[in-house]
Design a protein. Structure first.
Length: 205
């Protein structure tokens, strides 16, 4: 864009190029700042009281900035939640992966991304749903396996959902998936509140 602006003799077109450059610079800055915060939070391992609704909002913002614009409608069904003790960066990594997968499942087509939360008394629940291509039933029991991916070569590492599963396990939560080919997919995560530090893990999938 800068090279085009240097060759452009029409000042109005040059200003348009400069606006595009500035907008992209702001976008890059927001992505980098978000990654810095996420990386720092994950690295230090510090746990604080986390509002899952706030983490979902930040994850949605980051994924939108880091991906191409898609004609996707985002539907938020957030209920007030008790905060859970966790590392912000790790919880954000869960949601970043699930939201990214949802966008990719809709493959740039018009679709709906539904983010829903609710309190279950002694636990909190998060649902991430899309109406994308869905997952074939014969692959559902493999999606959490490391390096398993249905994406084209170079488009995925096959580690995203495995990382999600391991982090959910760390917090003694459970994750379930429901999917129908060409209908869509819903991931449901439940985190217990007031978990014991040395308690038994209760993870389902």
């Amino acid at each position: 864009m800068a090279e085009i602006a240097l060759e452009e003799e029409d000042c109005s077109k040059t200003r348009g190029c400069l606006r595009d450059i500035l907008n992209c610079a702001h976008r890059i800055s927001e992505i980098v700042n978000g990654l810095r915060l996420y990386s720092r939070a994950s690295r230090d391992g510090k746990q604080t009281l986390v509002d899952l609704n706030e983490v979902l909002e930040e994850s949605l913002k980051m994924v939108r900035l880091a991906t191409k614009t898609r004609p996707t409608k985002v539907i938020k069904k957030f209920q007030p939640l008790d905060k859970m003790k966790a590392n912000w960066g790790e919880i954000q990594q869960i949601f970043n992966n699930l939201i990214t997968n949802a966008f990719q499942a809709m493959d740039g087509k018009a679709g709906d991304l539904v983010l829903a939360t609710r309190s279950l008394g002694d636990a909190v629940e998060v649902k991430v749903s899309d109406n994308g291509m869905g997952i074939p039933p014969e692959l559902l029991n493999k999606i959490f396996d490391p390096f398993f991916t249905t994406k084209n070569p170079g488009e995925g590492t096959g580690l995203g959902l495995n990382i999600v599963y391991r982090i959910v396990s760390k917090y003694e939560g459970k994750i379930d998936v429901e999917s129908r080919k060409d209908i869509g997919t819903t991931f449901t995560i439940q985190f217990p509140l007031g978990r014991k530090e040395n308690g038994q893990k209760s993870v389902g999938r």
